[in-house]
Design a protein around this ligand. Structure first.
Ligand code: RIB
Length: 311
């Protein structure tokens, strides 16, 4: 039997999460409702989603030499994620995120990447075998671009599918985008990368088509724009399809995009058709919004089965 393999190059953070009635205004002090410390980081969240959904996962990253790193190492082991290439960096702290979650589940996040931004191309070279042997390489943008570039080069040379979740939003070198098979931005990221505002279905299609012209034309070639309550837009050379959102009781949207990307990578690694993989990922993203916290909300197969519409 084929064991789906996903290698994730990405961030691992500790999230300091406050639930509050509203965001404070400038100069205002508010009393919050709850405080929690969760594991997070887009890379670790996505790795966790992939591992919970049945992939053999290797995480490439850096954490500090501090108590937050201990929390992350315990969590990485608990999820059965291969941590051989998660390096301890004695000269930097572990990445942290401060997150405010409002009653409607919307969140505001400030990330301080710290050790995550010290991953080097040499770290990637050391993990070359795990990228070459993976079915899918999954990346985000909380780690250095030169490291991503190196990882993508290794993937392309070995037939590994490259999935990029371009979060948080930033401009990217065209040479990097040109090697990505599947680009999965949300509306903000799609606007930054394409130069087209994404506020309606029409301009989502315009942005998706513009982005598709920038990514790899070979093998899988797709732009998947996640639009929250407006669903998902899948753009391939053959089709442009709107997939409606699944309605759930939203608690916290933090990590929903990570659940989507981790599930998408896993489904592709298992050999699913692209459309099926995107529908599966949409169900994973919806499931993640029903649980507080980023890593804790990464769904299991059972959770996805409970909410995925039967086709
Ligand atoms: O996508 C959610 C994640 O973004 C959080 O876990 C936080 O750590 C930031 O990386």
């Amino acid at each position: 039997m084929h064991h789906p393999k996903v290698t994730v190059l990405g961030s691992a953070n500790v999230d300091l999460v406050v639930r509050a009635e509203q965001m404070p205004s400038k100069g205002e002090t508010l009393i919050g409702k709850t405080f929690d410390i969760f594991t997070g980081g887009k890379g670790f969240n996505q790795a966790t989603a992939a591992a919970r959904l049945g992939a053999d996962v290797t995480l490439i990253g850096r954490i500090g030499d501090d108590p937050f790193a201990d929390i992350l190492r315990t969590a990485i082991d608990a999820e059965n994620i291969n941590s051989q290439f998660v390096r301890t960096d004695a000269e930097s702290g572990t990445g942290v995120a401060t997150i405010i979650v409002q009653p409607d589940g919307d969140n505001s996040i400030i990330v301080v990447p710290r050790a995550n931004m010290r991953i080097t191309p040499t770290d990637i070279q050391n993990a070359a075998d795990s990228i070459a042997k993976a079915d899918v390489l999954l990346l985000q943008l909380e780690t250095p671009i030169d490291a991503s570039q190196k990882a993508i080069e290794i993937a392309k040379a070995n037939g590994t599918i490259v999935v990029l979740d371009p979060a948080p939003a930033r401009q990217l070198p065209s040479s990097l985008l040109a090697q990505v098979n599947i680009l999965k931005p949300n509306e903000t990221e799609a606007a930054v990368l394409s130069g087209h505002t994404v506020l309606s279905s029409e301009n989502a299609i315009t942005a998706a088509n513009a982005l598709r012209a920038k990514i790899a034309p070979d093998g899988f070639s797709a732009v998947v724009i996640t639009r929250g309550e407006h669903g998902v837009l899948l753009s391939t050379p053959e089709e442009c399809t709107h997939i409606p959102a699944i309605s759930v009781d939203v608690v916290d949207t933090t990590g929903a995009g990570d659940a989507f990307s981790g599930a998408l990578a896993t489904a592709l690694a298992k050999g699913s058709e692209l459309m099926d993989a995107v529908k599966y990922a949409a169900a994973a993203g919806a499931a993640a919004t029903t649980v507080l916290g980023a890593t804790p909300s990464m769904p299991t197969q059972k959770k996805i089965d409970a909410i995925q519409p039967k086709s």
